[in-house]
Design a protein around this ligand. Structure first.
Ligand SMILES: Nc1ncnc2c1ncn2[C@@H]1O[C@H](COP(=O)(O)OP(=O)(O)O)[C@@H](O)[C@H]1O
Ligand SMILES: [Mg+2]
Length: 265
């Protein structure tokens, strides 16, 4: 399919009198990564929900694989949402269910697998996030980073072509942050997933910009030493509901704008 995976055209959204997105436009190609930046309250989470069709904009178009999903009914949105996965900020696991049941949830809901293939698929994604050993555990027995990895497993089980991550490393220690970045890169580089990553940590963005996942080493390696091409990365900064900056990492890093500079500091 030609054209961008996600494109927003002049999207605006207000809650009561408050404008939370104002004329937001951008396009993200297949397999590309967008880092979404901005201070708390600038509209990042709302923007992700608009992409998923969970919130309808008052104005503008939201094209997913070239289709404007704004006029779509809940029923029409279902196949679109099946191609997308979101990892919410809080991880949002069901504490009353085991890791297995949490990860199996989406396939069970949609009756997509029989029991034998369900277990096989759950094990496969848990192995992907290196959490297979915890399959019988309850989420409450896991650390923050482990919960986040299970949340990612739960999302990727339906093989989404587009992944949205809302502050995936928020509140985690640096070592755990790295394990999450490895997973994001793994999805990007092995599955060619289109990614939107909300982040407060610029070092996470740069880690993902400057490295690729090596299947051989099973971790990130510097992009310069790796075969294959550099991942295509874009940066978009929201400020007061508007796109304040967008560009590639060169343009972002070398921006002379005082506000962007402050973010980089
Ligand atoms: N469901 C809602 N109802 C009313 N206001 C909301 C709702 N969701 C978000 N907002 C407001 O929209 C603005 C942007 O929120 P959000 O996207 O969560 O910010 P961010 O994720 O960048 O911190 C905030 O002022 C927030 O209070
Ligand atoms: Mg948010």
């Amino acid at each position: 399919m030609p054209g961008p995976a996600i494109e927003l055209r002049n999207v605006s959204l207000s809650f009561d009198a408050k404008r939370v997105l104002n004329n937001v436009s951008f396009a993200l190609g297949r397999g590309e990564t967008l880092f979404l930046l901005g201070v708390t309250g600038s509209g990042k989470s709302v923007l992700l929900k608009v992409m998923l069709g969970l919130l309808k904009p008052d104005d503008g178009q939201v094209l997913i694989d070239g289709q404007d999903v704004v006029p779509f009914s809940e029923e029409q949105l279902q196949p679109v949402r099946r191609r997308m996965g979101i990892v919410f900020q809080e991880g949002a696991l069901f504490d009353s269910l085991s890791v297995f049941e949490n990860v199996a949830y989406r396939l069970r809901e949609e009756h997509l697998a029989d029991d034998a293939s369900l277990e096989q698929q759950v094990r496969e994604v848990l192995r992907f996030v290196e959490m297979e050993a915890a399959i019988e555990k309850s989420p409450s027995e896991l650390s923050g980073g482990m919960r986040r990895r299970v949340a990612i497993a739960r999302t990727i089980i339906s093989n989404p072509a587009i992944m949205l991550y809302d502050s995936p490393t928020g509140g985690l220690d640096p070592v755990t942050c790295l394990t999450i970045n490895v997973l994001i890169a793994k999805m990007r580089d092995l599955q060619h997933v289109t990614s939107v990553v909300v982040t407060q940590r610029l070092q996470d963005a740069y880690e993902l910009v400057n490295s690729v996942y090596s299947q051989e080493k099973q971790t990130l390696v510097p992009v310069n030493g790796a075969s294959g091409s550099r991942p295509v990365t874009r940066f978009l900064m929201l400020r007061d509901a508007e796109v304040y900056f967008q560009g590639n990492e060169q343009e972002f890093t070398h921006s002379t704008d005082a506000y962007v500079q402050k973010f980089l500091a």
